[in-house]
Each structure stands twice: as structure tokens, then as C-alpha cells.
Design a protein around this ligand. Structure first.
Ligand code: ISJ
Length: 282
């Protein structure tokens, strides 16, 4: 059985995939599956995807079956720019109000709930919706969007709408980085496909360094073509994201899972197991 590889279809993870030699990988029969995180999470839990950029929350829910690619993630120390709560009211005034949550996310949905419950002390009602800024705000007091849905919502700069960046709120409250996505592999695939997984690990790690080395400029040409916007915006966006998974990132994730557990958003605390840790420095 060839390897199925999940690729988050938002731009935030692109630095880890941009320079992968997909043709070479696909020659083995492997395929890349671009999808929103929530769909990749589901397919990976069912065993239809073997390796994927997935929501860190979903890793936490299935950690006994997954291992992490070392030193790869989508994280920030503070502002992320693409995980945004758009609200008609100040965040402190959302108690008892209704918040529409994007159906594409897992990490950020729980991050929002944790922040509101633990740090702000409000209890809104939540409803999950297909991401659509106008429809969500037409019938709810606030909405949570991620990825390009959030970025494009931010570009609207609507007065009367408060915009909260969850990465920034998390950092203010905890002083820790937040990791939104990890590169996880199913343990059953490791036994079957070790050499190909090592090749992917090396290529992703190299893609991370190479995109960073030119300030993401070659990659941004492709992003501009697909999404528009200003080159300076994207440069600032990718420079604000941190693609490592250091001990400090794991500390941030552990804090996140402890709070999620405290408020019953997750059933148990995850274990962190790594694939091929010895290659982490490359
Ligand atoms: C930075 C982002 O990180 C993401 C957020 C995720 C989530 O909330 O589950 C999952 C993967 C990442 O794509 C983003 O989508 O904007």
C-alpha cells in the first residue's frame, strides 16, 4: 500500500512542502492530498492518510497511534495573522453570545474555547459552520476563521468589527509559543515505509530552510499568483510563523493540552513520541 500524504491546503504550511520533489515521491505510488485541516484530521484518524500536516489538537487526540516528525510545525510566538476572531463586541462582552466556529479547524477551535474560559472568563454558545465571513456574522455575534478565510477577512478592515489574533492572546496570557499544526505519521505506516518517510522528513526539513533562506520570496511569487494580496503582506506573514518544534514548542503544546483537559475539551493528556529524532538537527 503506497503512502498517502496529507497537505494542509492553506498557505501557512507551504514552506514545508514547497521544495519537496513531488514527482520523485509520487513515482513510488504515493499521493499528496490537499485538504483543510479538519478533513485531514478525520482521514488520518481513519487510516486513509499515513502522514500529514494535521491540527496539533488532532495529534493530541490520537497520540497513541501517531509519531511526530521532529522540529517541524506551524507555530508562532505571538501574532499569527490567520487565526482570527472577528467580533461585533469586545471579547470580554461575549458571555452568553453566539460564536460561529469554522468547520475547517480543530486546534484553533479549542484554543478559542480555552482562552475564553480560562483567561477571559466568558461562556458563549458555539456553533460550527462552513467558513464564510458574511454568513457567519449575519447570524452570530462573532466568528472564528483560519487560513486564507481569516486573512481575507482581515483585509476587509471593517470598522465596528473587533479583530482578535489568537496567537497573540495565547502569548500574552502564557508567554509560550503556540503550535497549530504538526507533521504526524501513523505508527502503522512507519513499519511499512521507513525509507520513504525518511526521504520526506529530509525534504520537508530542507524545504523549511530553503524557503526561509530567501525570505520566502520565490514561494511568495506562487502564493501571489493563487491568492493575490501584497508581496509585503505575505513576507511579513511567513516571517511571523515559526516552523520549528523545539522543547519550548512542546512546552507550549503541553500547556494547551493541560488546559483543554482541565475544561474537558480532550479526554486524556497526550504522549509525545517522535519519528527519527536523530535527524532533527538537519
Ligand atoms: C496558522 C494556521 O494554522 C492552522 C490551524 C489549524 C487548526 O486550527 O486546526 C490546523 C492547521 C493549520 O493550518 C492557520 O490555518 O491559519
Amino acid at each position: 500500500m503506497a503512502l498517502n500524504i496529507g497537505e494542509i491546503k492553506y498557505t501557512n504550511i507551504l514552506p514545508l512542502f514547497f521544495y519537496i520533489n513531488k514527482k520523485e515521491i509520487e513515482k513510488t505510488g504515493a499521493q499528496f492530498i490537499p485538504q483543510v485541516p479538519a478533513e485531514l484530521n478525520r482521514r488520518m484518524a481513519r487510516g486513509e492518510i499515513d502522514l500529514g500536516g494535521i491540527s496539533s489538537f488532532s495529534f493530541g487526540e490520537n497520540s497513541h497511534q501517531y509519531s511526530l516528525f521532529p522540529n517541524l510545525s506551524v507555530s508562532t510566538y505571538g501574532k499569527v495573522g490567520s487565526i482570527l476572531l472577528f467580533s461585533k463586541r469586545k471579547i470580554e462582552e461575549l458571555d452568553g453570545k453566539s460564536i460561529a466556529l469554522t468547520s475547517s479547524s480543530a486546534t484553533s477551535v479549542v484554543l478559542l474555547k480555552v482562552i475564553l474560559k480560562e483567561f477571559i472568563g466568558v461562556n458563549p454558545d458555539y456553533i460550527t459552520m462552513t467558513p464564510d465571513y458574511d454568513e457567519m456574522l449575519a447570524s452570530h455575534d462573532a466568528c472564528l476563521l483560519i487560513g486564507e478565510d481569516a486573512i481575507k477577512g482581515g483585509w476587509r478592515q471593517e470598522k465596528d468589527i473587533y479583530v482578535y489574533d489568537l496567537g497573540e492572546l495565547w502569548y500574552e496570557k502564557t508567554g509560550l509559543p503556540m503550535t497549530y499544526a504538526v507533521m504526524a505519521v501513523r505508527n502503522d505506516a512507519i513499519k511499512r515505509e521507513t525509507p520513504l518517510l525518511e526521504k520526506l522528513q529530509i525534504q520537508m526539513t530542507e524545504s523549511k530552510s530553503r524557503t526561509k533562506a530567501d525570505g520566502y520570496q520565490e514561494m511568495i511569487e506562487a502564493v501571489l499568483h493563487e491568492h493575490g494580496g501584497e508581496s509585503a503582506f505575505w513576507t511579513n506573514y511567513f516571517r511571523g510563523i515559526n516552523y520549528d518544534l523545539s522543547e519550548n514548542h512542546v512546552k507550549g503544546l503541553k500547556r494547551y493540552f493541560e488546559l483543554a483537559y482541565k475544561h474537558s475539551f480532550i479526554q486524556s493528556l497526550p504522549e509525545f513520541t517522535f519519528f527519527n529524532y536523530s535527524l532533527q538537527g538537519i
